[in-house]
Design a protein. Structure first.
Length: 194
């Protein structure tokens, strides 16, 4: 076989060079994929989902102190029955409560009969810890929920500072941070929030 003087690399040297280049490209591709994945996760948790920690027992037995929840907030509008995270300006903190009524709905609470009525219909509330007996004296019932607000209550009705209290009152929609959709901790309760 004739040796060509123009060949700088032997076939063996060329294959080693190609192999090194291939490993380098693969590492760069992996780094690029990881960087893109991290960027996407940051975008999703900034604009679509957030993680919050439950503080206190006002939502017991549905939620417990220390649980971690994922909340959805992009294009979210509260519906009756949703569990929401809101900024309470009166309490100067973030709270987690259940939406009992939305704007225009009429809420009536009978503290003697322990019933909550919305638009004339007594709510079936299997999620509450005990019957509603506590009246914070903040409202006169029946109450029509004002425009662009929601009326919220904790599931642990007699241990919850919520819309019944004037410090909380009806929550402006602008103060709603999102809906609790998923429990990520503790792991034995991992799953959708109902």
């Amino acid at each position: 076989m004739e040796n060509n003087s123009n060949d700088i690399y032997s076939n063996e040297d060329y294959n080693k060079f190609k192999e090194k280049k291939s490993v380098g490209n693969e590492v760069l591709e992996w780094l690029e994929s990881i960087a893109i994945s991290i960027f996407i996760v940051i975008l999703v948790f900034t604009f679509v989902f957030r993680i919050v920690i439950v503080e206190g027992s006002s939502m017991f037995p549905t939620l417990e102190d220390g649980q971690r929840l994922v909340i959805a907030h992009l294009f979210y509008t509260p519906d009756q029955g949703d569990i929401v995270v809101v900024n309470s300006t009166g309490l100067n903190k973030t709270i987690i409560k259940r939406v009992i009524a939305t704007e225009g709905q009429t809420v009536d609470i009978d503290f003697d009969k322990h019933t909550v009525t919305v638009d004339g219909k007594v709510l079936d509330e299997p999620y509450i810890y005990e019957p509603t007996a506590r009246n914070d004296g903040g409202n006169t019932y029946p109450l029509v929920v004002p425009k662009d607000t929601i009326f919220v209550m904790g599931d642990n009705r007699n241990n919850s500072t919520d819309s019944r209290n004037l410090l909380v009152g009806c929550i402006p929609l602008d103060d709603v941070l999102g809906k609790a959709v998923f429990r990520i901790y503790p792991f034995d309760r991992f799953g959708r929030v109902k």
